[in-house]
Ligand binder design. Structure first.
Ligand code: PML
Length: 250
């Protein structure tokens, strides 16, 4: 049974490469019979996005040539905090629990504070022991791709877990589960660049998906995704895993 990857990206002010502002993106892994529906769903997602109407959209599909990895979603813990300060302190504490030393966490926050790293669409990969950035992807970062969660399974899961049945939550947990299942990645720290969305998370195989209700103030357009990796030697193989190897949640 062949599997296809269908991807969409939409921007305003022209294509992303020409300086257009990112409006929406998404991807679906589907059987041949479901490609039409996948395309419709992605077009609808782009046309109804809260960030505004796109004037550029690209849809692409291709057969997935590699075997698909099937994973169960990470377990979820909801952490309610009252302030950004409390949320960020909890995030640091969770990173330490995953084995990230304090000086490396400090280095991550130094990178976050640098204006040149604002607006990055992908993730930064940091070496867990030194805290140095090890990917060579500059301001683009590494974009995790080729992953999905069967819609009906996600719905059932979300009801059981009392989680919002939103595309955002579905995509974040799918991504975090794929990332955490790589044996060389010890932790992920993420929060959104959407000014209307302040919940973020720390995730790993060890601690699961730890949602933190407040990691930034409303109105803030700075979002980040950081993966702490054990070893920088096999960088190409991690990046290949993150970008190309297909993962489906069940
Ligand atoms: C959630 O658990 O509510 C999702 C948090 C991260 C969202 C990142 C994004 O905007 O894609």
């Amino acid at each position: 049974n062949k599997i296809f990857n269908i991807r969409m990206r939409a921007a305003k002010g022209g294509p992303h490469e020409k300086g257009g502002k990112h409006i929406s993106g998404g991807e679906i892994l589907a059987n041949y019979e479901d490609i039409q529906k996948a395309v419709n769903d992605l077009v609808e997602k782009a046309l109804t996005h809260s960030r505004g109407n796109p004037d550029f959209m690209q849809i692409q599909f291709e057969e997935v040539q590699m075997p698909v990895q099937f994973l169960a979603p990470l377990s979820i813990t909801a952490n309610h905090v009252l302030s950004v300060r409390e949320g960020q302190q909890l995030a640091m504490q969770l990173l330490r629990k995953c084995g990230v030393p304090s000086p490396s966490i400090e280095k991550a926050y130094e990178l976050i504070a640098q204006p040149k790293n604002v607006g990055m669409r992908g993730a930064m990969l940091l070496h867990v022991q030194s805290g140095e950035r090890v990917d060579n992807r500059g301001e683009k970062g590494v974009r995790v791709s080729r992953m999905d969660w069967d819609a009906a399974n996600f719905e059932k899961w979300a009801i059981r877990q009392e989680m919002p049945r939103s595309a955002r939550v579905k995509e974040a947990i799918t991504l975090a589960t794929k990332v955490a299942s790589h044996p060389e990645i010890v932790a992920e720290l993420c929060w959104s660049d959407d000014p209307d969305y302040i919940t973020g998370y720390v995730a790993s195989e060890k601690i699961g998906y730890q949602r933190i209700s407040k990691l930034k103030e409303f109105g803030d357009e700075r979002g980040f995704r950081i993966f702490f990796v054990k070893d920088a030697l096999n960088l190409d193989s991690y990046i290949h895993y993150l970008e190309k190897e297909p993962t489906l949640l069940y």
